[in-house]
Ligand binder design. Structure first.
Ligand SMILES: *Cc1c(COP(=O)(O)O)cnc(C)c1O
Length: 226
């Protein structure tokens, strides 16, 4: 008999096991690590399936897709994380349906994200040196953090980063850890680190990640999109 193709449940179990292994290797509590399952390009039905398997934290990255999908899923008691680049004109709408924003990267977004309902934010750091990539330059983090901390309705959780293509992920995440330590001198509660994706979450856990953003390793390949 042919080996069964693992479905979402099997992949979720496999990834959860690998997270436990990495946490043990790092001498950390796996319970202190939040796995955000990134469901971009996948239909609401997949979110429901994952919800049925116990997942409560979901990530989306494109406003035009996330807004209707999350509206359709309003009955779930889920936490929605926005992990994609924030467009200035859409930031206020993204805030409406996302409880956690991972990609704040410039001061001009802060006013749009202010509001009455509290929102948690990560400052995204650009580790590439290429300003076209999302994320604030490491040198811009302090000023941005001060802005967030003094804005009503925003709680600064910490830093978010994507390991640059072709770079050694462990080194990239070690850099984030260093930047996080520096940030905590000014903002002691901003200790969270959103880093680690399907291909590099072990390295991220070893460097102290508190929030993993995992897509394909759990969802399977994303459907074709235009
Ligand atoms: C798509 C995406 C992820 C998940 O990527 P996978 O490689 O599928 O795990 C994580 N973070 C961001 C910002 C993304 O856009």
């Amino acid at each position: 008999m042919a080996a069964q193709v693992p479905g979402v449940a099997g992949r979720l179990e496999t990834v959860s096991g690998r997270i436990l292994d990495a946490a043990r290797e790092a001498g950390r509590e796996a319970g202190a690590i939040t796995t955000v399952v990134v469901t971009k390009f996948h239909p609401a039905a997949l979110v429901c399936e994952l919800y049925g398997l116990g997942v409560r934290d979901f990530g989306e990255s494109r406003h035009q897709e996330a807004q209707p999908k999350i509206a359709e899923l309003a009955d779930l008691h889920a936490t929605w994380h926005f992990v994609g680049q924030l467009q200035s004109k859409k930031a206020r709408q993204v805030r409406e349906y996302s409880q956690v924003l991972h990609s704040l990267d410039r001061e001009s977004l802060v006013d749009a994200l202010a509001g009455v309902e509290p929102r948690r934010v990560f400052i995204q750091v650009n580790l590439t040196g290429d300003p076209q990539r999302g994320g604030a330059a490491p040198t811009a983090v302090d000023a941005l953090a001060d802005r967030v901390a003094s804005t009503a309705g925003l709680e600064l959780l910490g830093l978010m980063a994507v390991a640059p293509l072709g770079a050694e992920p462990r080194e990239a995440f070690a850099r984030v850890r260093g930047l996080s330590e520096r940030l905590r001198e000014r903002h002691p509660t901003a200790s969270a680190m959103s880093m680690g994706m399907s291909g590099d979450f072990r390295e991220a856990i070893l460097e102290g990640a508190t929030h993993l953003r995992i897509g394909t390793a759990i969802t399977g390949n994303r459907p074709e999109h235009g």
